[in-house]
Design a protein around this ligand. Structure first.
Ligand code: NAD
Length: 485
């Protein structure tokens, strides 16, 4: 057994599953059973929320400086276990160790935690004059419920819990039922250094997620997942009035402007769409290319897609892996099959890579396709990119903006000023120029339209897990403003 496999096995041993119970979790590439994850009951969830609520006042009272130290210690603990966690993540999620995948994800976890520890959220002085001194201060919301997806399970969990803990909230985190092992292992590593009950992992099925979202003692929900589930969480919040941050689905468009140097952008275009084998919320999911360079872009993308190493993630050569689960594999297969049946041209790929395993699908480029085809209009969340020809930039912008969702978008051009002008017209939470999907822990991220609401990362991210309080007192002359609200 390799050293990282041994560390992964030791991490798995830390996840407690009562004898004879739990859910078997397969290796995404081989379908071998890796281990069993606990399936906690609603009663166990209620108990966890009760413990988190009891632990919250003391955690908040520790103060920002001490909590930041503990977050840094948690980041150190993740770094010390990174190789074992990456191995487990690679098997459970399918993403290769190498490339912008499992090791990269672990690096992001520690980087985001370190940033959460370093940033400050100062009170905002609203009025400071002779009659009034008023400040807006940010305090912990209370108990945060963190509900995560299966595509970047560790990194997204850290996005939810890092700022929450920093602001003095305690957290109950529920990983996706598809990827509980790596998340529970990471939480166990963090809990080596955090006080008891400040961060509790509860794994279970959708019923547990639904209860977490609607529980009366939950003050804030950080949710990342599909728009459909996001809507259910909004409904639950009518009951407990929990504040919500909803990072939901996307169907990000990229637009390549005329006159763009195709060779200069081809690699970045490819990875903007295929990172994590296309299973990324803010990946490019439809690409609009000007007629004058359409054939060149399609050929360049197809060449990369046909040659990029795909296979078992533990093989260091591979940079693309399988789809994580059967349901997602079926979505991708159906969308490509329908596109082909509708007359689109499958330039490369377009079929399962069954020789590699059950859930592998060849990286696919589909040309001569347009809006109205399901592969363009729906979120494929997999390794199949539709490339759409356009002749008029305004029309391309209108088609990109016609989607109900608005997470990310990108504009590609050799002329950056032209790209910037088009970028400002895109209806999305983020628009990138000559790249797609890059994130930074200090730069807020969030969607518009049906991609959700609320911002994560940086100072805005701390605000989103806080509640505000106005502190209003006498001004410099020592007299409060006359009159009452
Ligand atoms: P999903 O909505 O099926 O599940 C997400 C989580 O919600 C899981 O933990 C699940 O158990 C839980 N859940 C299910 N029903 C629930 C309910 N009624 N109440 C509360 N929780 C419930 O999403 P998924 O398939 O895991 O993730 C894929 C989707 O997530 C894609 O649409 C993708 O675009 C989106 N996503 C968005 C972002 C972002 O930052 N905007 C990031 C990653 C993924």
């Amino acid at each position: 057994m390799s050293e990282s496999a041994e560390s992964a096995a030791a991490l798995l041993d830390r996840i407690q599953v009562p004898e004879g119970s739990g859910r078997e979790i397969p290796d995404a590439a081989t379908r071998e059973i890796i281990g069993r994850a606990p399936v906690h009951s609603v009663a166990e969830l209620d108990d966890a929320i009760g413990r988190a609520k009891a632990a919250q006042p003391a955690w908040e009272a520790l103060g920002h400086a001490r909590r930041s130290e503990l977050l840094l210690a948690a980041a150190d603990a993740i770094d010390a276990n990174a190789e074992g966690l990456a191995h487990l993540l690679s098997r459970e999620q399918g993403k290769p160790l190498n490339g912008p995948n499992a090791r990269f994800e672990l690096g992001a976890c520690s980087a985001w935690l370190r940033t959460n520890a370093a940033i400050e959220l100062e009170p905002q002085v609203l009025v400071d004059d002779e009659t009034l001194h008023a400040e807006l201060v940010y305090k912990a919301a209370g108990v945060v419920g963190a509900i995560g997806p299966w595509n970047w399970p560790l990194m997204i969990t850290i996005w939810q819990i890092g700022p929450s803990l920093r602001m003095g909230n305690t957290v109950v985190a529920k990983p996706s039922e598809y990827t509980p092992l790596s998340v529970l292992a990471m939480l166990a590593v963090m809990n080596e250094v955090l006080p008891a009950d400040v961060l509790i992992g509860v794994s279970g099925d959708r019923e547990v997620g639904a209860r977490l979202a609607s529980h009366p003692d939950i003050d804030k929900i950080m949710f990342t997942g599909s728009t459909a589930t996001g809507r259910k969480i909004i409904e639950s919040s009518a009951g407990n009035l929990a504040r919500l941050t909803l990072e939901l689905g996307g169907n990000d468009a990229g637009i390549v402007l005329p006159g763009t140097d195709v060779d200069a952008i081809a690699q970045d275009l490819f990875w903007g769409a295929f990172i994590n084998t296309g299973q990324t919320c803010a990946a490019m999911k439809r690409l609009y290319v000007h007629d004058s360079i359409y054939d060149d872009v399609v050929a360049a993308l197809a060449e990369i897609a046909a040659s990029v190493p795909i296979g078992n993630g533990l093989d260091e050569n591979n940079v693309l892996g399988p789809l994580q689960n059967r349901a997602q594999f079926d979505v991708v297969s159906r969308l490509v099959d329908e596109a082909r049946a509708g007359g689109a041209r499958v330039v490369t790929g377009g079929e399962p890579a069954s020789e590699l395993g059950e859930l592998f699908y060849r990286p696919t480029i589909v040309a001569d396709i347009s809006d109205g085809a399901a592969l363009v209009d729906e979120e494929q969340f997999g390794p199949a990119l539709p490339v759409i020809r356009y002749t008029d930039v305004d029309d391309a912008v209108a088609r990109a903006n016609a989607a109900e969702v608005g997470l990310g978008a990108s504009v590609w051009a050799s002329d950056e000023d032209a790209a910037r002008e088009v970028a400002t017209r895109m209806q999305s939470g983020t628009v990138w120029i000559n790249s797609h999907g890059g994130l930074h822990p200090m730069v807020p991220f969030g969607g518009v339209k049906s991609s959700g609401y609320g911002l994560e990362f940086g100072v805005e991210g701390l605000k989103s897990v806080a509640v505000t309080q106005v502190v209003s007192g006498p001004g410099r002359k020592g007299t409060a403003l006359e009159g009452t609200a």
